[in-house]
Design a protein around this ligand. Structure first.
Ligand code: GRF
Length: 203
């Protein structure tokens, strides 16, 4: 049984999409071992508790490299305590340290609401609108030591309409995120693909 650790900072809709996908068999042979947040007030933690899943807050203490390392040491310890073998960042709004990445080599996934490498960082949907793209989407990727940069597992697209606002575009992308993340997790856990350079290809 694969044990997922979900890291989030906010409402947790991607976490809930993953939970549903485990429930209906789209992510076979997996369970959510723990949900961890850097924000005690994250709605996603409440959702985890009401599903009777272990929910842990490990709160933020500063942003410098030393603070990041200290925070991530606690994160690694918690993930290890719960025997997590795949870490899924789902709206986790904190940059993770190199030590964290190295503790779970090719075992950390992230979802980003743009077609990377376009529009990394914050407010990706607004960045896409401002740029004037006609196609937007989301990306599930492995986490490496650079932000929104690791090997891409899969992407899904949405069409941008002339009348779209940041809110409507975010909603359409979020719908695709909820399909993309479970599919990507299932693909990674199935062991049918491998990383070749920057490409994720069938064995
Ligand atoms: C999503 O748009 C995700 O792509 C981004 O943060 C948002 C999290 O939403 N990284 P939720 O907390 O999963 O609802």
């Amino acid at each position: 049984m694969h044990r997922l650790g979900i890291l989030l900072s906010g409402r947790g809709s991607n976490f809930l999409a993953i939970h549903r996908a485990i429930g209906d068999g789209r992510i076979p042979d997996a369970e959510i071992a723990v949900v961890i947040s850097n924000k005690a007030e994250a709605k996603g933690l409440d959702a985890a508790r009401s599903l009777d899943l272990p929910a842990v807050a490990i709160c933020q203490q500063g942003k410098g490299p030393a603070a990041r390392e200290e925070h991530d040491t606690k994160m690694i310890a918690a993930l290890t305590d719960y025997s997590v073998d795949l870490v899924c960042l789902a709206g986790y709004m904190r940059i993770i340290s190199p030590a964290f990445v190295q503790a779970f080599p090719n075992r950390i996934l992230n979802i980003h609401p743009s077609l990377l490498p376009a529009f990394p960082g914050l407010d990706a949907q607004q960045q896409a609108l401002d740029y004037g793209v006609k196609v937007a989407g989301c990306t599930v990727h492995f986490v490496d030591e650079a932000v929104d940069h690791g090997v891409i597992v899969l992407q899904k697209t949405v069409l941008v309409q002339d009348e779209d606002t940041s809110e409507t575009l975010s909603g359409k992308i979020l719908e695709q995120e909820h399909r993309a993340y479970p599919e990507a997790i299932a693909r990674v856990l199935s062991g049918t693909h491998r990383i070749v350079g920057r490409r994720y290809l069938p064995l």
